[in-house]
Design a protein around this ligand. Structure first.
Ligand code: HEM
Length: 507
């Protein structure tokens, strides 16, 4: 009897899907198989797979991941339809069981559906957390961390074992990103000047790693909702993870409350800002914890990943590296360390950052948007509940809108000033519209700061015996795209040695 019911249920779902496909004029795409859809045809690095399918089926395609329709657009024109013309209808998020658990059913910002809660927390972020005034007041933290990075690179590049082999940049960039985000969000540098992490930092690290492990542990049933009863998620592990995260965050929140009670001066860290605004915006403790961890998740890796790609391009293209350094010599000279205030006078550097975001957006498929209503894109029907992805990576390489798109040529942005903060649909590293990245300016400042310090203080060359073609320019799978092989390069100091010393700044 029970098998009869199961078979009947499966038949009903399959027929419903079939009718849906026939009723709607869906975008073209590879032929889906019953139940699993295109799941087995998708290659590991999704944005490249979708790009290749777009070459066959056109700039808007249907990809069935299990029983869920995913629509991928790969042109600037269609990106505008998704992110501007039909922005509101496409502003929900798809949550799997992991993101559902971590965000407490969307009680944060990243995973929240569009609605009154989303509008409220987005307002808190835009009007309170990411204001130019707060970002400026947190600038000393960013500058301190890049100076610490310069000091470590200077120390390590002279070690005999690194002289010809060079150093792996990712380690240094990752440290800047880690310390910067924990200081900004929690007001904590968990790592001391000798690189030793304290107990809270170790716990923080363990929680982040465990979160990644849990996220990756989900089964195929994630994509076939009606199969989920057969493959239950490890609810206990998710609950334990949530409790551990809350315990650490509450302890940090309490420490900040005590400090604020003792000293009345304004504190700029996100944890203080949110606790101070709790009543004004009616923010529960769960919402505050969700927002703090959103910033950690979204803000930790993205800037470091982009800077690693930028450095790979600098080593592959010594002409560009030299041109940036000539600009530094003209504007900054060799006598002092540059600061964020110098960026405005360094137009070529800014073009290099833009060109990196064009060719190597760290979130190449953005974060998918879910349709909250039926909508038409490019003349095709997108039924309510479908996920819509913008292949930002493909748009950045589209020969229809970019001249010699595969060439790393920052000068293109001197010839034409293209906005990258959501107004020009050819360049969308931070998305556009309602769900545009609130940390965009912070991300740009961090990338520019890391890159400029590395290039002002050092000349970067290939390890002995290697050629530019040896640099692996392929990316890893995942929502954020690390370089598959970490960049290794030889750093040669170009300034006087007293300019490599960090003067720790406590904030
Ligand atoms: C290079 C740096 C960064 C890049 C390329 C980047 C890119 C993006 C993208 C593509 C989205 C999705 C937009 C969409 O769904 O339409 C996003 C969302 C988001 N980003 Fe960033 N980001 C960066 C840095 C940061 C930083 C530093 C923070 C915070 C500290 C941050 C916080 C967020 C948040 C909270 C969201 C969710 C917004 C929402 O759903 O409304 N990002 N980011």
């Amino acid at each position: 009897m029970s098998w009869f019911l199961i078979t009947a249920a499966i038949a009903a779902v399959v027929s419903y899907k079939l009718i849906q496909r026939l009723r709607f004029k869906l975008p073209p795409g590879p032929l889906p198989k019953p139940i699993i859809g295109n799941l087995c045809d998708i290659k590991h690095v999704r944005f490249i797979c979708y790009y290749e399918w777009a070459q066959t089926y056109g700039p808007i395609i249907s990809v069935w991941i299990g029983s869920i329709l995913n629509v991928v657009v790969s042109s600037a024109e269609l990106a505008k339809e998704v992110l501007k013309d039909h922005d509101q209808k496409l502003a929900d998020r798809h949550r799997n069981r992991s993101t559902e658990a971590f965000s407490r059913n969307g009680q944060d910002l990243i995973w929240a559906d569009y609605g009154p809660h989303y509008v409220k927390v987005r307002k808190v972020c835009m009007l309170e957390l990411f204001t130019p005034k707060r970002l400026e007041s947190l600038r000393p933290i960013r500058e301190d961390e890049v100076n610490a990075m310069v000091e470590s690179v200077f120390r390590d590049c002279k070690l005999p074992e690194n002289i010809n082999k060079g150093i792996q940049l990712r380690k240094y960039l990752g440290a800047v990103a880690f310390n910067n985000i924990t200081r900004l969000v929690f007001g904590k540098r968990f790592v001391d000047a000798d690189g030793v992490m304290d107990e809270q930092g170790l716990e923080f690290h363990a929680i982040v790693s465990n979160g990644l492990k849990l996220g990756a542990s989900l089964s195929i049933a994630e994509h076939i909702p009606w199969l989920r009863w057969m493959c239950p998620a490890d609810e206990k592990a998710f609950a334990e993870h949530g409790a551990r995260r809350d315990l650490l965050t509450r302890a940090i929140m309490e420490e900040h409350t005590l400090v604020r009670q003792k000293s009345s001066g304004p504190k700029q860290h996100f944890v203080d800002a949110l606790l101070t605004l709790k009543d004004q915006y009616d923010l529960s403790e769960d919402i505050i914890i969700g927002l703090l961890w959103d910033m950690i998740t979204a803000g930790m890796d993205t800037a470091a990943i982009t800077t690693e790609w930028a450095m790979a391009e600098m080593i592959k293209n010594p002409r560009v590296q030299q041109k940036v350094q000539e600009e530094f010599d003209r504007v900054i000279s060799h006598d002092r360390v540059l600061t964020e205030a110098d960026f405005a006078s360094l137009p070529y550097l800014k073009c290099v950052v833009k060109e990196t975001f064009r060719l190597h957006p760290p979130t190449p498929l953005m974060v998918p948007h879910r349709a909250r209503a039926d909508v038409k894109i490019g003349g095709f029907n997108i039924p309510k509940g479908s996920n819509v992805h913008v292949n930002v990576w493909a748009v950045g390489r589209d020969p229809a809108v970019w001249k010699t798109p595969l060439e790393f040529r920052p000068e293109r942005f001197l010839e034409e000033d293209v906005d990258m903060k959501g107004h020009d649909f050819r360049l969308l590293p931070f998305g556009a519209g309602r769900r545009f990245c609130p940390g965009a300016q912070l991300g740009i400042s961090l990338v520019t700061s890391m890159l400029s310090h590395l290039l002002h203080h050092f000349v970067w060359t290939l390890p002995q015996g290697t050629k530019p073609e040896d640099i692996d320019m392929s990316g890893n799978p995942g929502i954020v795209t690390f370089m598959r092989t970490p960049v290794q390069a030889v750093a040669t100091p170009r300034l006087a040695s007293d300019l490599y010393k960090r003067v720790p700044f406590d904030m």
